[in-house]
Design a protein around this ligand. Structure first.
Ligand code: P5A
Length: 437
């Protein structure tokens, strides 16, 4: 893509409510445009990042044999009346009527809908366990939508639902998902800490939030920093290894405000290992047994032919929130650097251009074609402006690698630079192999 062709409508005058870095940066680099309070259009640059995040989330769900499907955004009120949540959910639920006057709603989550799908088809323990998931827009009429994509009314979520015969089996599904979440966040270049959490309107008695550290987060958190030393690669997806993993994580103190206990924290964590900061909740998992299956009559025949309510859990990742969270975690001193796995482009070519000399642009175009042939996702900055402005702009866009075609380049060698480190003069062949790495 040529930068001059990229649809990147930059918001110059930031609105007063854009208080945090990610919100400001997403507006300044034309990633999103507000449509109304808490509702955004995702423009090409922002959409590309979100799709990359979505794909990594999908791959890690598929890796644990969760099956992708798609449920609608609009749901009927009937199933919510069956579960008893129609009244409980209150004003956060956007309620609508169709032309026949039927009560509908824009789904804030899908426990009821998936239970309805499941009960109509699965009847025997032989078909268990099952994990189903979808990646779909949700709507919550948040009282104070804020911080850009962090707390929206309309947001994009991966939500998965597990179905098991017994509580014991269900906890194994929970552990599988717990591990899958840690791997997902690691691939996204983020350090997420699992924290025991309250269950709120989803319900149940076992729940963890996955939180990444950021001063601008909404949750106050307390943790033992040695939790970051746990190495995921030493665990396998066997039952015993996963239950060991859960034990190892629970050995280190970590809690949000709601569950925090000052005395316990001071007793179990030395002062110099204590983290007291804010964090962003990027995922939340729940085990709630038969909270939905019982009132909704979602029954399974067990081995003896007895009908029992299926045991369920639900597992959410805030896909659109993660775009903002990744910025909060990686934006320092006015320089953004996307983790390589989710950067909107792999590399940007920045030629020094002026009216009288188009040599650099021509060289840059050749490099561009070569890299495209290798399936490298490359942006060419063909805009006629001075280099210092260009560098400032790319410090914000945050593409992790730059190829600079300017005064320092030689006939067949160009400056190659990873953001935040020194550049080196390399041949195109060397640049290609570095990028492939
Ligand atoms: C789990 C999946 C649930 O809804 N039901 C299905 C369960 N959990 S949750 O914690 O309420 O949400 C899951 C994740 O979605 C993100 N999220 C939001 N993102 C942007 N704006 C919002 N208003 C918003 N609300 C929730 C969070 O990342 C959360 O962890």
């Amino acid at each position: 893509m040529y930068l001059s062709q990229l649809f990147i409508p930059v918001t110059k005058d930031l609105p007063a409510e854009a208080k945090i870095k990610s919100h400001q940066l997403m507006l300044r680099t034309g990633m999103i445009k507000q449509s109304s309070a808490g509702i955004y259009s995702w423009l090409p640059l922002g959409f590309k990042v979100m799709k990359k995040i979505e794909q990594i989330v999908r791959e890690e769900q598929n890796a644990i044999d969760a099956q992708e499907m798609l449920m609608p955004t609009i749901q009927s009120s009937e199933i919510w009346k069956e579960s008893g949540r129609y009244d409980d959910y209150g004003e956060e639920m956007l309620r609508i009527k169709d032309r026949q006057g039927r009560e509908m709603l824009y789904g804030p989550t899908n426990e009821e809908l998936i239970t309805d799908v499941f009960r109509s088809s699965i009847k025997s323990y032989k078909s268990l366990p099952q994990i189903l998931y979808h990646i779909q827009w949700k709507f919550r009429d948040e009282i104070r939508p804020r911080f850009g994509v962090m707390r929206c009314k309309e947001f994009y979520m991966k939500d998965a639902y597990s179905f098991d015969l017994t509580e014991n089996e269900a906890k194994k599904s929970y552990n599988k998902m717990f591990f899958s979440y840690l791997k997902t966040f690691e691939r996204l270049g983020l350090k997420a800490i699992p924290m025991a959490a309250d269950t709120g309107p989803i319900g149940g008695d076992l729940s963890h939030e996955f939180i990444i550290l950021a001063e601008t987060g909404e949750s106050q958190i307390y943790a033992d920093k040695r939790i970051f030393q746990l190495d995921l690669s030493k665990y396998e997806s066997t039952e015993s290894s996963l239950s060991q993993m859960r034990k190892d994580f629970s050995n280190f103190y970590s809690a949000t405000d709601e569950k925090f206990d000052e005395t316990k924290f001071n007793e179990s964590v030395e002062k110099n290992n204590q983290i007291r900061t804010k964090g962003i909740e990027v995922g939340h998992i729940f085990y709630f047994g038969d909270k939905y299956s019982k009132p909704m009559n979602c029954l399974i025949d067990d081995k003896s032919g007895k009908k029992i309510s299926v045991k369920m859990g639900s597992y959410g990742i805030g896909v659109s929130r993660l775009v903002g969270a990744a910025i909060e975690a990686n934006y320092n001193n006015d320089v953004m650097q996307w983790p390589k796995s989710i950067s909107p482009f792999d590399v940007v070519i920045i030629p020094s251009i002026n009216k009288n000399n188009k040599d650099n642009l021509q060289k840059a175009e050749k490099i561009y074609q070569e890299l495209k042939k290798q399936n490298i996702d490359v942006l060419l900055d063909d805009v006629d402006e001075n280099m210092s402005n260009k560098f400032k702009k790319h410090d914000l866009i945050g593409i992790p690698f730059q190829i600079i075609v300017g005064s320092k380049s030689e006939e067949n060698k160009f400056e190659f630079k990873e953001l935040n480190s020194k550049s080196e003069l390399l041949s195109l062949e060397n640049i290609k192999s570095k990028l492939k790495e």
